[in-house]
Design a protein around this ligand. Sequence first.
Ligand code: GLN
Length: 388
Amino acid sequence: MPSLSKRTEGFTDSVIRRMTRISNQYGAVNLSQGFPDFEPPRPILDRLAEVAGEDFHQYSITWGAQNFREALAAKQSRLMGRSIDPNSEIVVTCGSTEAMMAAMMTVTNPGDKVIVFSPFYENYGADTILSGAEPIYVPLYPPEFGFNADELEAAFRQKPKALILCNPSNPCGKVFTYDELKIIAELAEKYDTFVITDEVYEHIIYKPFRHTYFASLPGMWERTISCSSLSKTYSITGWRLGYIIAPPQIIDTAKKVHDFLTVGAAAPLQEAAVTGLRFGDDYYRDLQAKYTEKRNLFLKGLDDIGIAHTVPQGAYYILLDISEFGYESDLEFCEVLARDVGVGAVPGSSFFREDVNNLIRLHFAKKNDTLYEALNRLEHIRKKLRKR
Ligand code: GLN
C-alpha cells in the first residue's frame, strides 16, 4: 500500500472533541467542548420549523444566501463601524472552523510563517499544517495573558504572512485592550502582515471589558480577515454557520477557496438564522447578562471549593490549576476526573505551545442546574481523586 499524506501524518484527533466522547462514556457533566445545553432563542427555532415547508432545500449561492448576507452585513456594519457590502465583503462558511481554514488558504503559501499566540485554540495548529504554513508562537503571560511587545516584534521580524488573533480568547478568556490591539496593528503595518481574527466570542464579554473589532482600527480594514460565527452568539453550535468579512480583493479569493472546500453552508439553516441576525441590541445585552451570571456562579463555586483559576474577561472558559494533585499528565488527570469525579474537562496542554501540565479547561456555557451539578461533583474532588 502507498503511504498516506505526509502533511497529516502527525495529526492527532482533536483533544477537545475527544473529551466530549470520554465524558459521554462516563456519564460525566461535560464541561470540556464548549457548547451550550440550553435552547437557542425560540424565534430562531420557530422560523426553522417554518423553513421546512418553504423553498430552501437546494444549494444557496456558494458564498451565502442573499438574505443571510444582507442581515449579517446590517448587523456587523452597526458593530464594526463601517458599511459592509453583503455582496463583495462577506463569505458565509460552515462554521468559523471553515472560515479560519479558508482564510489561511487565502493568504498563505506553503512555507509561509504565521504568528499564533499561546495559549491558542487547538484548530489553529491543524490549520497551519493543512495550509502548509509554519507557526511562530508568541506567549501570553498569565494572569492577564498580555504579550511582551519585544517578543511580538521579534516574531514579526521573521516576516510572517499573517497573525492569528483570537479575541476574546479561547482558552484564557483574555479580551485584548485597544492599546494592545494598536501595538499589533502597528507591527502588522510595519511588517506588512495580514491579521486573521477569530471573534466567535464577540458578544460574550464581561464588564468593564469591551470588544474591539480588529478590522475597525485605523488602517486595519485592508489587511484584516475577520472570521466569526453564529454558534456562540445564538447557541447553535451544531448549525455550523460562520463567515469571513474582509475587503473585496481578499473575499474574491476566499469565495473560491470556500466554494471548492464545501460549496456552501446549509441553506435552510441560513434562512432560519436570519431571524437571529435581525435581533435588536437587547438580545446581546441579555446574552451578556446571562453569561455574566453563569460566570459569577461558577467562579464562586470554584472559590468555595478553593481551587485556583483564571478569571475570564470574555468567552466562557476557565483554566483551573491542578498542581496540587501532582499528575504528570493533564490528559490522564482529565480522564480520571471524568471517570471518578464525573466532570469533563480539556487538558491545558492542548492549548499551550509551552510545556504546561498543571492546567485544565472547563467551560460554563451550561444551564445553571448543570453548573451546580458539576460544582457538587467537584466539591468531592480531593476525596475522589487521589494525589499522585
Ligand atoms: N470552540 C469550542 C471549544 O473550544 C468548540 C470547539 C469545537 O469542537 N468546534 O471547545
